[in-house]
Design a protein around this ligand. Structure first.
Ligand SMILES: *Cc1c(COP(=O)(O)O)cnc(C)c1O
Length: 458
């Protein structure tokens, strides 16, 4: 370890430290990854800071149990405590989102989404989702591997102001009569009008699926309207704003007992049968325990305050960038995402991403509305504030982040959409400031929590 890293050495790596003697190669890589996060600014919209108590669940011996089935209906013996764990996760998700039915077993949101589509549709059916280049997700109909071969996808997009074009979505629905409409996005900085989408779905007799992977934390904290009772089914991953383990959830609100046309089974029953045994085998129990833990944290004042900070930070970052002359898609943000259109700068999203990475600032290249570049290079970057807000960086620090980003982009001389020169002197200065800022706001350490947070007696 470098001498200048001793101040970071005490941060919790949990089980990783146990590896030091036995597997130094792996230990060093895991440790270096932790240090990268600790000394950099993760402005990745799809990432979060996982609480150490969530990490602890992942390292539990619940991993050793084979538990095909659901609580009270397992195929094998020895699942008594496994049932307790899964029921905790289900109950906590129900409470956090006001859901009636919850399936906590999906290994990812991708699996969750395809399980829902396969549950409720037949091959060849038409689905409608937000186009990939407008902010939609691959699983909303636009994965080349899936669309065409299983479903026919129709895509809606954004209007001139960078907001979802609901009129276009309604017109497309009337024209193509989708069996299922997907709402929710992967890079959309504004609120989604679930009610409007349900009206569109009802008008054409379609089911509605909301995918809240990116904004689930804001929904749980009451900072974004909830789709639970507007959509027939709601999905989310558990590792973005929920700050849990990598995995997915499927939920249903007031429509959970609606019968599916083909089978007559309720939506809930049909979903359960599709996740297991059709899409997955045994559930990953340490991950479900970790989901239970992360879902419990959603109910704390600390989490709600962090989500408010996420929104405030994104607003401050957007305002900071606009005041420095950058174009922000839709002019600002309602959530954790700031989508910056770099078209006017001559710098591609890829070059911006790579230049910023050299200074310890991690963002994602992203396509912007009307993008003339392909997905591999893009004309914009997507910035997210989940991780920095959870570390405690506030509006003041976000204005500083905007300036640091500006200093890096000013130091870039693009050679092409993929190659660039960077003024190393300027980059070094930014790197030093990034590191200082990051160390000022450390990652959470593994300490026993004070009673107020755990509800445990003193
Ligand atoms: C990230 C994301 C997913 C996929 O999540 P995984 O768990 O990584 O498969 C699905 N939908 C949306 C909207 C996402 O942003």
């Amino acid at each position: 370890m470098n001498g200048d890293d001793t101040s970071l050495g005490s941060s919790a790596l949990l089980g990783v430290d146990l590896l030091a003697g036995e597997d130094p190669e792996l230990h060093d890589a895991l440790h270096a990854e932790h240090r990268r996060q600790e000394t950099g600014l993760m402005l990745v919209a799809s990432s979060s800071i996982t609480d150490p108590s969530v990490l602890a669940c992942l390292a539990s011996s619940a991993m050793n149990v084979t538990a095909e089935g659901y609580p009270g209906a397992r195929y094998h013996a020895g699942c008594e405590q496994i049932d307790v764990i899964e029921r905790l996760a289900v109950d906590r998700a129900r409470k956090a989102f006001g859901a009636r039915y919850v399936n906590v077993q999906p290994h990812s949101a991708t699996t969750a989404n395809y399980a829902v589509l396969s549950s409720l549709l037949r091959p060849g059916d038409v689905i409608m989702g937000m186009r990939l280049d407008q902010g939609g997700h691959l699983t909303h109909g636009f994965s080349a591997a899936y669309s065409g071969s299983y479903f026919t996808a129709v895509g809606y997009g954004l209007d001139q102001t960078g907001r979802i074009d609901y009129a276009e979505a309604a017109a497309l629905a009337r024209l193509h009569l989708p069996k299922l409409i997907i709402c929710g996005a992967t890079s959309y900085p504004r609120q989604v009008d679930w009610r409007r989408f349900r009206e569109i779905a009802d008008e054409v007799g379609a089911l509605l699926m909301a995918d809240i992977s990116h904004i689930a934390g804001l929904v749980a904290a009451g900072l974004h309207p909830s789709p639970i009772d507007h959509a027939h089914v709601t999905t989310t991953c558990t590792h973005k704003q929920l700050a849990g383990p990598r995995g997915g959830l499927i939920m249903s609100g007031r429509d959970f007992e609606l019968p599916c046309l083909d089978t007559g089974r309720t939506i809930a029953r049909q979903l359960a049968r599709t996740v297991f045994p059709y899409f997955q085998g045994a559930p990953i129990m340490p991950v479900i325990a970790a989901k239970a833990r992360a879902l419990a944290l959603l109910g704390t004042d600390r989490y709600r305050a962090a989500m408010r900070q996420v929104v405030d930070d994104a607003a401050a970052l957007a305002a900071g960038l606009v005041s420095l002359g950058y174009e922000v898609v839709s002019g600002g943000t309602d959530n954790h995402i700031v989508l910056v259109d770099l078209s006017a700068t001559g710098i591609s999203g890829l070059v911006a991403e790579q230049a910023l990475e050299r200074t310890g600032i991690i963002v994602n290249k992203n396509r912007v509305p009307g993008d003339r570049r392909a997905a591999a290079t893009c004309s914009g970057i997507r910035i997210g504030t989940n991780s920095v807000a959870q570390r405690g960086l506030g509006a003041r620090e976000m204005r500083r982040c905007a300036e640091l980003i500006h200093r890096v982009l000013r130091a870039v001389r693009p050679v092409s959409d993929r190659e660039f020169d960077l003024d190393e002197f300027a980059a070094d200065a930014v790197r030093t400031e990034v590191r200082k800022l990051a160390i000022e706001f450390p990652l959470p350490r593994y300490t026993r929590r004070v009673p107020a947070d755990t509800g445990a007696p003193a």
